[in-house]
Design a protein around this ligand. Structure first.
Ligand SMILES: N[C@@H](CCC(=O)N[C@@H](CS)C(=O)NCC(=O)O)C(=O)O
Length: 214
């Protein structure tokens, strides 16, 4: 089937199997039982927006639908939820109305973005010795320590009657990605590891394991 017709039939996630923001959307798709196609972005150094589903920021993931293209993981997860007939109870970021919870979400997303900067500047040949690289790493380590200290209270403060939360999915995708890309060893973060082990029992996590697309 031509690509445009396929996009009309079912949505297309444009991303990479090694990307934590992409995995976030695929975990949502699996939880919401949304059938989709997956288009791999082969060249992450490309400066052609078309390679990223038209995203002018040259970022993945994007979601191509008959309605248009959605840029970014949160937009995509919301659209997947709207398309799902299951309508599970999802806790979205705007519901996190106390500092502990909203700071946790902010720190998880910032750590994911920091990781992207570190990995991409490595890919771009910027090397590892700059003051900026050192600051990025310190910020990331501080953030992981904060998350380690607060994760138990964060999880306890989330609404009990939820099926899923954007916070938990992104936290899982972040922590597991740090090991996968060897950005930071995570063995010493026992609370985070305990959370990841529990969360990894979901089928949506098993079905979306990180790997490098060939
Ligand atoms: N705000 C975006 C950020 C997406 C993002 O940073 N994606 C990474 C991959 S995980 C990316 O596009 N990396 C390529 C680059 O930064 O050039 C979102 O929430 O989806």
């Amino acid at each position: 089937m031509p690509a445009t017709l396929e996009a009309l039939a079912r949505p297309v996630i444009i991303g990479r199997s090694s990307s934590h923001f992409t995995r976030t959307t695929r975990v949502f798709a699996a939880e919401l039982r949304i059938d989709y196609s997956f288009r791999v972005v082969r060249e992450l150094m490309s400066s052609d927006p078309e390679d990223y589903g038209g995203n002018p920021a040259l970022k993945i993931p994007s979601l191509q639908t008959s309605q248009g293209v959605w840029f970014g993981a949160l937009n995509i997860c919301r659209e997947l939820w709207r398309r799902s007939s299951l309508k599970p109870r999802v806790v979205w970021p705007e519901e996190l109305d106390q500092p502990l919870l909203s700071n946790a979400q902010e720190l998880v997303l910032q750590a994911m973005a920091t990781e992207v900067t570190m990995i991409m500047s490595g890919l771009g040949g910027a090397g590892d010795g700059s003051a900026h690289q050192a600051k990025l790493r310190t910020g990331l380590v501080n953030t992981l320590s904060w998350l380690e200290e607060n994760t138990r209270s964060v999880l306890a403060a989330l609404p009990l009657e939820r099926d899923l939360s954007y916070l938990e999915v992104t936290l899982f995708c972040l922590v597991s990605h740090l090991e996968f890309r060897s950005v930071l060893p995570t063995a010493s973060y026992s609370e985070l590891n305990e959370f990841c082990q529990r969360f990894a029992t979901r089928a949506s996590i098993r079905e979306t394991a990180y790997r490098f697309d060939t």
